[in-house]
Design a protein around this ligand. Structure first.
Ligand SMILES: Cc1cc2nc3c(=O)[nH]c(=O)nc-3n(C[C@H](O)[C@H](O)[C@H](O)COP(=O)(O)O)c2cc1C
Length: 263
């Protein structure tokens, strides 16, 4: 059994052979997703080992820590979610089974990097994006995972996202992620999505999170920390350059504080 070779036309893999009917970014731009191949138990074993090897490589390369990206419709999220996981084996069906792959990967990675240097990222209320659809088991699945991480592990941090779209009228969705999970998680909680300096400070002051992560603002402000510290206005990104190849929109934003050495 070898890894699928996408470049030679082999199908991508997923928990079940279900097309998420979404778009995937490729070097030639966005393309429609295809129906993937259902992962065999052997594929799962290989993938667990791949994550372990990746963590080992990161340590050897001198990184302090690694984050398991178990969020945003990627492979782990597909295992958690009822629309994408129709498996009948020990990796599907019950909540515990759907979370199994993630915990097996985490346990394998712990063997090569201290768990205190591993973070994990989740987006519990992702709905109608990247092929994820919420159902009655979705939030209970994340409750189970997060409570278990709190009780049985000592990770560097738990990284959560507030909903990416308005889910206030979506059945089964939790619109307030930090508020829900702060009481369930004893370790360091990082929150993401839609924050600026003021709202970021507020979520920490309220006690709903310990850390805030920024994506969009970091794209257009390479010295974001300096701008926050020195009260320098932040630049808005040019969204037309998102998901485009070449340096434009990546290395073309200016630093205005001493947090980044000028070009
Ligand atoms: C241009 C761009 C590309 C992104 N690419 C990814 C990605 O590849 N994978 C991912 O999980 N999230 C991706 N994100 C989402 C961010 O990780 C983050 O969750 C989101 O932008 C919300 O945080 P923000 O409001 O601070 O930007 C991307 C965001 C932007 C703006």
């Amino acid at each position: 059994m070898s890894h699928p070779d996408f470049h030679n036309g082999e199908l991508p893999v997923a928990p079940s052979a279900i097309n998420p009917n979404s778009k995937s970014f490729t070097p030639e731009g966005f393309k429609d997703t295809v129906t993937p191949r259902e992962m065999t138990l052997e594929d799962i074993k290989i993938t667990i080992n791949d994550f372990k090897q990746a963590a080992k490589n990161a340590v050897e390369a001198g990184f302090d820590g690694v984050e398991i990206h178990s969020s945003n419709g990627y492979l782990f999220h597909q295992f958690f979610n009822g629309t994408s996981n129709h498996r009948k084996d020990q990796y599907g069906g019950s909540i515990e089974n759907r979370a199994r792959f993630f915990f097996e990967v985490l346990d394998a990675m712990k063997q090569v990097i201290p768990q205190e240097n591993i973070g994990a990222r989740f987006n519990p209320s992702l709905h109608n994006i990247f092929g994820m659809t919420m159902d009655k088991d979705t939030i209970p699945t994340f409750d189970y995972i997060i409570k278990r991480l709190s009780k049985e592990y000592n990770l560097a941090y738990l990284h959560l996202s507030e909903p990416f779209n308005d889910v206030s009228n979506v059945e089964f969705a939790e619109p307030h992620i930090a508020k829900r999970y702060r009481p369930m998680y004893d370790g360091t909680l990082m929150i993401n999505a839609g924050f600026d300096k003021d709202s970021g400070n507020k979520v920490i002051e309220n006690g709903d999170a310990d850390l805030v992560s920024y994506a969009t603002l970091y794209i257009s402000n390479p010295d974001l920390v300096g701008r926050f510290r020195e009260n320098v206005a932040t630049a808005q990104p040019d969204k037309a350059t998102f998901y485009t190849p070449g340096p434009e929109g990546y290395t073309t934003y200016e630093a205005k504080t001493r947090d980044l050495i000028p070009k």
